[in-house]
Write a protein that binds this ligand. Structure first.
Ligand code: GLN
Length: 496
């Protein structure tokens, strides 16, 4: 008999669960049952899952994971850091044979015939994929209220948004419905929901993780990355999912062999810039207080905190809201009622089928982005908007390069506010867009960045963001981990 413990306790992290496995205190089969029960109990309050995986298939995967963990896998695949670890995957990442909607009615019923590269890598490493995570439609949004399948509720407060667009991914980790999730981050969609739900969210350097099979939003910005309760788990998962992929010509050789390499090293003497532009009036007092306490904590760990200025930060949001919708308007052209998902095929010809399908299938925010993008790319406006935005993008990137000649990392709040009330910003797109004012610059410049919890304000989590230079992922993880270990924020319970 290989099975052992009858009642494994809910682990806080993948590394904790791995030590339970190695000490024979749990089996993957038991863990799947434990999480499926939790999902059944908690989901009615959270709505983080759009699809829960079929139990029979999960049990097969769990048995294989147990064999890998015990060195008995028939194919002799050895166990990895994600073997037997329960995951949730944002529903804009393609999963073979499993409905992948990107939170949109237009893709309802679409089950991709292939797996995204990240899914292939997770599965062969023995990960357990519990289901698909709710999100803002096509990852456009900061609150999950743009999902065509009802919003996600933040486990920290039933009238609060979880952030977005990876709201299901962050809420599920916070609520203990999975240990790790994969999200996508185009303008903050991993880090901002992680911040609002009190968990860690890591966006690797642009290109570090293949986007093959990610339903594209804005291709020059999109990046897949992990959300977990602990920083070390984020590093471990990145090791599994990263690396050059012939199927994604933008994937890069970062030269990083081990994302967890610097985890646990002390941070004494590291130089950290705090750009004042990220602490504008829009930053809530409670967020500012938590941020300032975090600065003291990091200072007491021996790092040097130095105030600095990145004046071009002020243009990042405007640049983003030209470039992202422009790319989205091109990427979303493929949803024409012929190839994918739903089709309004009552119309006489292909053009009318496409128009009717798009009219019914896309939600308001997606239509708004397509309109903005099409406008910015049209003859006569291209130079004034799109080209100008690309030029400013280059300047922002250079400003970061100059900063990283002096600093190992930059430190900012992740979100200017804590989780806001459901419905409070839906009528005002600008109010919604400024939720990402602190996260968007890292996407504009392709930089690695992580959010970790740094306290609470009015009983809701506040997040701290470390931004590093291109390929500086390991230092960003090292700093975030050192801070996390010196505080107890990652242990705050959110739901029982
Ligand atoms: N909130 C931003 C937007 O709506 C970022 C989204 C994202 O990163 N996917 O575009």
């Amino acid at each position: 008999m290989t099975s052992c413990a009858s009642n494994p306790s809910l682990p806080a992290s993948a590394r904790d669960l791995m030590s339970q496995y190695l000490d024979d205190e749990a089996t993957a089969v038991e863990i799947v049952k434990l999480f499926l029960e939790r999902i059944e109990r908690i989901e009615p309050r959270i709505n983080a899952f759009l699809t829960v995986a079929d139990e029979a298939g999960l049990m097969r995967d769990a048995k294989r994971a147990d064999n890998m963990l015990r060195g008995k896998d028939e194919s002799e695949t050895s166990a990895t850091t994600v073997t037997g670890i329960p995951f949730l995957i944002k529903d804009n990442i393609s999963t073979q044979g499993i409905e992948t909607t990107a939170g949109s009615r237009i893709l309802q019923g679409y089950a991709p015939p292939f797996n995204a590269t990240v899914i292939k890598r997770l599965k062969s490493a023995g990960a357990l994929i519990l289901g698909k995570g709710n999100l803002d439609e096509f990852a456009m949004g900061s609150s999950n209220e743009n999902s065509a399948f009802n919003p996600v509720i933040n486990p920290w407060g039933e009238n609060r948004v979880p952030g977005g667009s990876s709201g299901g991914a962050a809420a599920a980790v916070a609520a203990g419905e999975c240990l790790i999730s994969l999200g996508s981050d185009t303008g903050g969609s991993i880090r901002q929901p992680a911040s609002l739900c009190g968990v860690a969210g890591f966006k690797p350097t642009y290109g570090a993780v293949s986007r093959y099979g990610l339903i594209a939003f804005a291709s020059s910005l999109d990046q897949i990355g992990p959300i977990a309760r602990r920083v070390a788990d984020c590093a471990d998962v990145t090791n599994i999912i990263s690396g050059v992929d012939p199927l994604d010509s933008t994937s890069l050789d970062t030269g990083i062999q081990d994302y967890a390499e610097f985890i646990g090293r002390d941070i004494e003497g590291m130089k950290i810039g705090v750009p004042r532009e990220y602490l504008t009036e829009g930053v809530e007092r409670g967020v500012r207080n938590a941020f300032e306490k975090a600065l003291h904590e990091i200072d007491s760990l021996g790092a040097h905190i130095i105030e600095t200025s990145l004046p071009l930060t002020d243009y990042a949001l405007a640049v983003y809201y030209i470039i992202a919708p422009s790319e989205a308007s091109a990427n979303l052209a493929r949803f024409d009622g012929v190839k994918y998902g739903m089709s309004t095929d009552t119309e006489p010809n292909a053009r009318e089928v496409a128009e009717a399908t798009r009219g019914e299938g896309f939600g308001d925010e997606v239509k708004r982005r397509i309109l903005i993008g099409t406008y910015a790319l049209s003859a006569g406006y291209y130079d004034a908007y799109y080209k100008k935005a690309q030029q400013v993008r280059t300047l922002i990137r250079r400003e970061f390069d100059e900063a990283f000649a002096r600093f190992d990392a930059l430190l900012t709040p992740t979100s200017p506010t804590v989780a806001f009330e459901i419905g409070s910003r839906t009528q005002d797109p600008y109010q919604m867009y400024i939720s990402d004012i602190c996260t968007i610059p890292a996407n504009i410049a392709g930089l690695p960045a992580i959010s970790v919890p740094c306290g609470t304000s009015e009983g809701l989590p506040v997040g701290l963001q470390f931004i590093g230079p291109q390929f500086g992922d390991r230092a960003v993880l090292q700093l975030a981990h050192a801070y996390e270990q010196s505080t107890q924020w990652d242990l705050e319970p959110s739901i029982r």
